[in-house]
Design a protein around this ligand. Sequence first.
Ligand code: ASP
Ligand code: MG
Length: 411
Amino acid sequence: MADPERIKAVAEHVAYTKRHGNDVVVVVSAMGKTTDNLISLANQVSSTHPGRELDMLLTTGERISMALVCMALADIGIDAVSFTGSQVGIITDTVHTKAKILEVKGDRLREALSAGKVAVVAGFQGVSTEREITTLGRGGSDTTAVALAAALNADVCEIYTDVTGVFTADPRIVPQARKLQQLDFEEMLEMAGAGSKVLALRSVEFARNHNVPLHVRSSFTWETGTWVLDRSAQISSKETAMEEPIISGVVQDTGESKITVVGVADKPGISAALFEPLAAANINVDMIVQNTSKDGRTDISFTAPKADLKKALEIVNGVAKEIGANDVTHVESVAKISLVGAGMRTSPGIAAKMFRVLAAAGVNIEMISTSTIRVSVVVDAASTETALRALHTAFGLDSGQAYSAPLPERK
Ligand code: ASP
Ligand code: MG
């Protein structure tokens, strides 16, 4: 919801859905760059951001949206009522800025719906077991929406975003990317975990755990987007008469840094000593590589979100002294490139082909990790575009035609 015009368009969309006989709960996120601007304001007044105060600040963005959407709905004759996360009973743990939802009460939503009203809920927020206002992490409105859909047993959770669905690659970087018709929860989970920004990872986990069908689409058009469903609910390849693709997409994550602890003793307890304090500080360590040891010493490299780099370095430098490591080095910006596809379970050789394609494109691989349906590599950030395009073509994902729908600025 970038501007007042978009808010009115959203209201029209909601009114249409409501008038066609649906009970509707709308979850809103903040307008445009509101959340980023609030963070920048916080930076301008202070370098200390107590979690409680940061959450108080950030939750205002969604409150603005919810009130405006209700007013726009009132203007076109739809009875609507707004609620904060706390008012609808979204109960979270006490971890400010990254809280997890523990329970959704939803009584006030049920009351509003049975009174024939549209309920508009501020996304991205809840209230902790200690009665403090919390936020659910960036992109958390998706999680609010899925959690409410699960609690209310909704038929579908429609996620309106700035692209028309989930694509085989980010169309801003790979113009030949295609919109996917459907994906299963596991594939979407891997994509979100691998850095796809279409849906917040937490929201997909929630959807899978509660089997909430998701429809990812754009509020700019009425075209069908991408359905994210349980495997058993998908339209089978027999019905579409199309061959099941092995790879569903190529995903990049350019939001990670790499830290290397050089020359640590190769003995029990070292990794635990290193990663326990990072976990305690809520830093999401992603890939970890430990080299074979030489003369009883080894190097350990890992990636973590750029946003946590400063905190991670402080912790690692402290531990490095304690465990007698030689040095700590870091690269601020690396790129993780992942291939995701449920078909990998039954097709060997995907990783090998991926490495060959990257080699032919002159891209050096720094780290590798895999799951049953994903292969990820860490490469130099400057190689992102080359790697994505080469893999997209080599794995037969190109559409033959450039994606031409209007795309907003890259965030
Ligand atoms: N406004 C929050 C953010 O920018 C939540 C969201 O957009 O989903 O991260
Ligand atoms: Mg968002």
